[in-house]
Design a protein around this ligand. Structure first.
Ligand code: 6PG
Length: 242
């Protein structure tokens, strides 16, 4: 594993002047990766983060002219709420990506994997362990605190979540003074990095500052996104728009 990228080496974001350009460029890049996977391996696998930033990208992606029946989609993380809840990432995927031709893709939710967060995390972990194939695309977002997935700075689960040698591929993140108010399930770093392409979607000036700070020296604990953006060996593409 290569040493973490210091401040000297940077993976410059793709700067998109408008929201339309951001959506179009990110969605077409993801579609291109899925199409290449289908051409080369007969199938494509994508893991999707939640949040507001990716929603328009997913909606545009879902309109792409792909053989969606050969695409399997799942999540990077999920809030432990009913899929009808506005906070549900599975619900986000249903109303964005799968609102058009992409409804033909297979989608594996986390909430439906078990009756409790622990049972669901164990089931997702088992599924990913059994099907150890790499994701063709993992779509990530980032919080202003430098979190990605549900790996939040200062939380008790962070160390296990970022452990590159961890054998858990999916884990539960409990609410806490720093973590969000809902119990969540999240892929861990090894599961996220098992990817042919990582697409990081970031919007807004505050997150630009977070991203720039994350590329400078500092601990991964303080800004977990450093586990992604300071790695010259990762197939990372970052898209940013004001
Ligand atoms: C989630 C996401 C999370 C998200 C960031 C950014 O379930 O909340 O997976 O990691 O990507 O919090 O969210 P916004 O795009 O809404 O700012």
């Amino acid at each position: 594993m290569s040493s973490p990228r210091g401040a000297g080496v940077r993976c410059e974001p793709v700067i998109c002047e408008s929201a339309e350009e951001f959506v179009e460029r990110a969605a077409s890049r993801i579609a291109e990766a899925l199409e290449q996977a289908i051409d080369e391996r007969g199938q494509a696998r994508i893991a999707l983060s939640g949040g507001s930033t990716p929603e328009p990208v997913y909606r545009r992606l879902g309109q792409s002219d792909l053989v969606w029946s050969k695409v399997t989609a799942s999540l990077v993380d999920e809030r432990w709420v009913d899929e009808t809840d506005p906070d549900s990432n599975a619900g986000l995927i249903e109303r964005s990506l799968r609102s058009g031709p992409a409804r033909a893709c297979r989608f594996f939710s986390f909430r439906g994997a078990g009756d409790t967060p622990e049972a669901a995390a164990a089931a997702v972990d088992a599924r990913l362990t059994a099907d150890a194939a790499a994701w063709d695309v993992v779509v990530l977002g980032m919080g202003e605190d430098g979190h990605f997935a549900s790996l939040f700075p200062g939380t008790p689960e962070l160390e296990a979540g970022l452990d590159p040698s961890a054998d858990r591929l999916c884990m539960v993140v409990r609410p806490g003074p720093i973590a969000p108010p809902q119990t969540r399930l999240t892929l861990t770093l090894p599961a996220i990095l098992n990817a042919r392409r990582l697409v990081l979607l970031v919007r807004g000036s505050e997150k630009w500052r977070t991203l720039q700070a994350a590329m400078a020296d500092g601990s991964v604990d303080a800004a977990p996104i450093r586990a992604i953006v300071r790695r010259p060996d990762l197939p990372l593409e970052t898209y940013w728009t004001p």
